[in-house]
Design a protein around this ligand. Structure first.
Ligand SMILES: Cc1cc2nc3c(=O)[nH]c(=O)nc-3n(C[C@H](O)[C@H](O)[C@H](O)COP(=O)(O)OP(=O)(O)OC[C@H]3O[C@@H](n4cnc5c(N)ncnc54)[C@H](O)[C@@H]3O)c2cc1C
Ligand code: FES
Length: 307
């Protein structure tokens, strides 16, 4: 991780650059990576900016892994698997108006799409960016959003807050109310929506009602994930149609051993843990690779030699 920027009280943007000579995968707007906080766990996180030799991920701290990633300092290593996901495919909206609707952290995966459309102004029609935030202090990329909102555009940007502070410069209320301020021809529009599921549903319904064709309303549901490759079923929205019967313990043996070494090196570099703490951390590192052995990790026979 080469830099870390605090966006709000619970959200940071991390800039990741490949370690050594490793190449960066070809990430597209809307895709995500599985980010691994060593010794804690792995979670899906979208790219919020895509550079030549760097990826930016904007992460809200909501639980163990996101908190560990948010707490990392520049110079620390993060495991990255990806790219995953279909992406927004902005090229399919060539010649059309664009309506981007974001709720909360949903603005992060939509930012690369807005930047791509801004970089090719002749390729698209009118570009609208509508964002909703719980409170004024929760707004992501606040300075940039305020600048965009204050200018005639592009993008035509409007922001609304559920609980505005006294000096709030945007609108008040649900993000769907901003659709009335957007400039688009419904029959020639592609819409992109990301945020809480209830917000996605309400926005998609309103867009349909306004005449945007269903196949041009693109949404991203950010369900919990494990494998990100379509095998484990953790992200499924309906019936499980496929199940992975290959035990990850065997597949991941090499990675588990690598991770044990890294975990121990990291905690020893940062402090002087007790034998009990070390054993607990090593057991957790094993469990991260295979929840099925969560109860059996007590098999670990750790011999600690202090010099
Ligand atoms: C494709 C994809 C892209 C994502 N992109 C981003 C991103 O750019 N930035 C970002 O901050 N987060 C993003 N997320 C959500 C992020 O992955 C979760 O917040 C994370 O998995 C939480 O893990 P944790 O260990 O920190 O918390 P946990 O301890 O696992 O969970 C903490 C709380 O959050 C809930 N939760 C966990 N995962 C999700 C989820 N996916 N959706 C809703 N509630 C959840 C849990 O039920 C629990 O209440 C994305 C998720 C997906 C699937
Ligand atoms: S995370 Fe979707 S199938 Fe595993």
């Amino acid at each position: 991780m080469s830099s870390r920027l605090r966006e709000t009280a619970d959200t940071v943007s991390l800039t990741l650059t490949p370690a050594g000579d490793e190449a960066l995968g070809p990430f597209d707007p809307g895709q995500f990576a599985m980010l691994y906080a060593f010794g804690v766990g792995e979670i899906p996180v979208s790219v919020s900016r895509i550079g030549q030799r760097e990826l930016v991920h904007t992460i809200r701290s909501v639980g163990a892994v996101s908190a560990a990633l948010c707490a990392l300092r520049p110079g620390k290593e993060v495991g990255v698997r990806g790219p995953f996901g279909t992406g927004w495919e902005p090229e399919r909206a060539a010649g059309q108006d664009i309506v981007v609707v974001a709720g909360g952290i949903g603005l992060a995966p939509l930012r690369p799409l807005v930047l791509a459309a801004l970089a090719a102004p002749r390729a698209y029609g009118r570009l609208n960016l509508l964002a909703g935030t719980r409170s004024t202090d929760d707004l992501l990329f606040a300075e940039r959003m305020r600048t965009w909102a204050a200018s005639p555009g592009p993008p035509h940007c409007r922001v609304t807050a559920d609980r505005p502070a006294p000096a709030w410069w945007g609108h008040v209320g649900l993000v769907t109310t901003l659709l009335n301020t957007a400039r688009f021809t419904p029959g020639n529009t592609t819409a992109y929506v990301c945020g809480p599921e209830v917000m996605i549903r309400a926005t998609a319904r309103d867009l349909l009602h306004r005449g945007v064709p269903a196949h041009r309303i693109r949404v991203s549901l950010e369900r919990n994930m494990r494998c990100a490759t379509g095998h484990c079923g953790h992200c499924q929205l309906g019936t499980v149609t496929d199940a992975c019967l290959v035990p990850p313990t065997a597949q991941n043996q090499g990675a588990i051993e690598d991770d044990l070494v890294r975990t121990v090196e990291q905690v020893l570099a940062e402090g002087d843990p007790s034998d009990e703490e070390l054993t607990h951390l090593c057991e957790r590192a094993i469990r991260n690779h295979d929840p099925c052995i969560s109860c059996s990790t007590h098999f670990l026979d750790l011999t600690i030699a202090r010099t």
